[in-house]
Design a protein around this ligand. Structure first.
Ligand SMILES: Nc1nc2c(ncn2[C@@H]2O[C@H](COP(=O)(O)OP(=O)(O)O)[C@@H](O)[C@H]2O)c(=O)[nH]1
Ligand SMILES: [Mg+2]
Length: 332
């Protein structure tokens, strides 16, 4: 880990007055220098972790951001000493750009609360990198003392449902006016949800939608679907049903905290493995591009003079033989 990262990590962990700024700077590092994300794994084993990482997903316009805002307030009121982090995933689409700006404005009221961390993450069309970034965000937020992390993401299409892989539990929100429950839950949302929320309970059709949802959940529980999904009817705009939702979330956390913790630890180990493989791939790649084993050497394989494993053996020998293993910054 480089010195500046290390300093920032210490500031965040120490909980000084610099904590809020240092946290923001760490997250900017993650965002602007994705190649440095592996640095955020060094020493991370003993970083404090969030207790609950909630994925909040659902179709655009169903009220996720309004609900997120309510959840922030509810969590802050219940546990005034606990911080909360919110990651809003921007689908980088011209159609939702406006709505996203709205999200930021809506959550702005928390800007002066030093215990609320709100961050956006742009997808830029590269979901793999985004996932790594979000995982690093979650670790940084944990370090900053966030007990709860909420990830708001638009639940349409495959990409977005992948984001729920990093959440401990997933809240799927739907709302009346956009089709029936079966249609709304088509885009893979049924499979990912732990808690299903019908929002806009104050609007016409909400009661019917909720009844449909319950029927769908019952069917699923009888079939091969996931069992034990919870559900509730809320009106985020008016704050109705939100406390019940928080109760459901708290109950899940109480039941599964340990399992989540160990799953996240395993995820970190997996991420370290990926980081190590990536580093090795890059070093070998640099070696192939510039070293004595230039691309033309591949023709030795084509001519049958050497096998692929034999070639790799030579390559690794060259790397270790020239001290390249100690090279942290490439060059070649
Ligand atoms: N009537 C009503 N409108 C709501 C409710 N929750 C959200 N909305 C409205 O629905 C629109 C979309 O909300 P937003 O939170 O931006 O949706 P998102 O795209 O899912 O994040 C906004 O105009 C909200 O004011 C609710 O409970 N009742
Ligand atoms: Mg939103």
């Amino acid at each position: 880990m480089t010195n500046d990262t290390q300093d920032l990590v210490e500031q965040v962990r120490a909980g000084t007055s610099q904590r809020v700024r240092a946290t923001a700077r760490l997250m900017s590092l993650v965002e602007n220098y994705p190649e440095r994300i592996p640095e955020f794994l060094v020493g991370a084993a003993d970083w404090p972790q969030a207790r609950m990482v909630i994925g909040l997903t659902g179709p655009p316009g169903c009220g996720k951001s309004v609900l997120a805002d309510r959840l922030i307030r509810a969590f802050r009121t219940r546990n005034p000493h606990n911080s909360i982090g919110v990651i809003a995933v921007d689908p980088s689409s011209p159609f939702t750009g406006g709505a996203f700006l709205g999200d930021r404005l809506r959550m702005m009221r928390h800007a002066s609360d030093p215990n609320v961390f709100i961050r956006s993450a742009a997808t830029r069309g590269h979901i793999g990198g985004l996932l790594l970034g979000i995982k690093a965000f979650i670790r940084v937020l944990g370090l900053a003392g966030c007990r709860t992390v909420l990830i708001e993401t638009v639940g349409v299409g495959q990409n977005e449902t992948e984001i729920v892989d990093v959440a401990d539990l997933v809240v799927v929100a739907i709302a009346p006016g956009h089709g029936d429950a079966v249609q709304l839950l088509k885009c893979g949302l049924m499979e990912v949800g732990d808690i299903f929320v019908v929002n806009k309970g104050d609007c016409e059709g909400a009661a019917q939608l909720y009844a449909q949802l319950l029927a769908v959940l019952r069917l699923n529980a009888n079939g091969q679907g996931r069992r034990g999904a919870d559900s509730c009817l809320v009106s985020a705009l008016h704050g109705r049903g939100v406390e019940e939702l928080v109760d459901l979330l708290e109950k899940r956390a109480a039941d599964s905290e340990e399992a989540w913790r160990s799953r996240r630890r395993q995820t970190m180990v997996d991420d370290v493995k990926e980081a190590v493989l990536e580093e090795a791939r890059q070093r070998l790649s640099r070696r192939l591009g510039t070293g004595p084993l230039a691309t033309k050497d591949f023709t030795r394989i084509l001519r049958g003079e050497i096998t692929v494993p034999g070639f790799v053996d030579e390559l690794l020998q060259q790397l270790t033989g020239t001290g390249e293993v100690k090279d942290h910054h490439g060059g070649g």
